[in-house]
Design a protein around this ligand. Sequence first.
Ligand code: ITT
Length: 186
Amino acid sequence: MSEAWFATSNDHKYAEARFVLRRTDVVLRRLNTKGDEVQSDDPGRIASLAASQSHRLSRKPVFTEDTALFVPSLGGFPGTYASHAYSTLGMDRFLKLVPRDERRAVFVSAVAYCDSEHPPRVFIGRLEGNISRKESGSNGFGFDPVFAPSGSAKTLAQLTMAQKCEISHRAVALRKLAAWLRSRNS
Ligand code: ITT
């Protein structure tokens, strides 16, 4: 078993991590101190610097996660600035920005793990999909009501936690972390 502390301010992200890691060898704990977040276009770099800082502050085996939402028809916006876009624009204005006929988008999750033996190690998960024309569903958080995974008529907010965690960017990255921790212990 490996103990790993998830440094995050986001309760939804923590709940998803708990769900994804529930049947793995990872004993999940939460750390509320995360330090400052650097600005970068690269979620891997943001997560990695946050993980080193959290490890320096806590001395625990920690991981952090940064999610970016890239919309190619908007030149990649909002990317790693998803949280800022969400709080300043709001969903209605964001939906109007996306061109009617080119609504492809991808979520990229970067999970960075760091402990006293390792510099940060990054695990990436991706989820391709489309930005819907209107909000649907009430599960999840953030952009879930407007993000429909490729091939799905439903948005992430219309899926259950189990269904989201089968396919999500974050779940893919977290399962890679769990597999790496397991292989390291064997
Ligand atoms: P941390 O403390 O872990 O950094 P955060 O809320 O700042 O929490 P991120 O920077 O990773 O998290 O995410 C930025 C925003 O992107 C987040 O506030 C949501 O609006 C959105 N987001 C992230 N993951 C998402 C998901 O799985 N579904 C929908 N929106 C998501």
